[in-house]
Design a protein around this ligand. Structure first.
Ligand code: 5GP
Ligand code: ZN
Length: 116
């Protein structure tokens, strides 16, 4: 497993920094966002470090599928029966602030589209 010593989400994945974990699998972990934008706001990340969705999809399409599967399982566990949104920000224009790929899972309220 590849980790980066100065990466916040690598530290969360390895347990060095605590997080409110929702679900885990061998290769991925889902935890609650520290600044939630909806009643349910979880982040789904691979345990292995990839900076963004470009690196992830180029390197490991199977893991990409596992992350989406875990995101859907989070929605199920959180009973988001009226719908939910999966978002991944990539790069500066999208506002990516943590350079370890993550899928936001948002739900529990009506979500506007397009986002601001
Ligand atoms: P981005 O802006 O890169 O798409 O999303 C990064 C997310 O990580 C933000 O929603 C932010 O609130 C969340 N975040 C930043 N630092 C921490 C932290 O230390 N713990 C948790 N659980 N979430 C964090
Ligand atoms: Zn990382």
């Amino acid at each position: 497993m590849s980790t980066e010593s100065d990466c916040l989400f690598c530290k969360i994945a390895s347990g060095v920094i605590p997080a409110d974990v929702v679900l885990e699998s061998d290769n991925a972990i889902a935890f609650r966002d520290i600044d939630p934008k909806a009643p349910t706001h979880a982040l789904v990340i691979p345990r292995t470090h990839y900076a963004d969705v470009d690196e992830l999809t180029a390197s490991d399409p199977i893991l990409t599928g596992e992350l989406l599967t875990l995101a859907a399982a989070v929605a199920k566990l959180e009973c988001l029966d009226h719908g939910y949104r999966i978002v991944t920000n990539t790069g500066e224009d999208a506002g990516q602030s943590v350079a370890h790929v993550h899928f936001h899972v948002l739900g529990g309220r009506s979500l506007s589209w397009p986002p601001g």
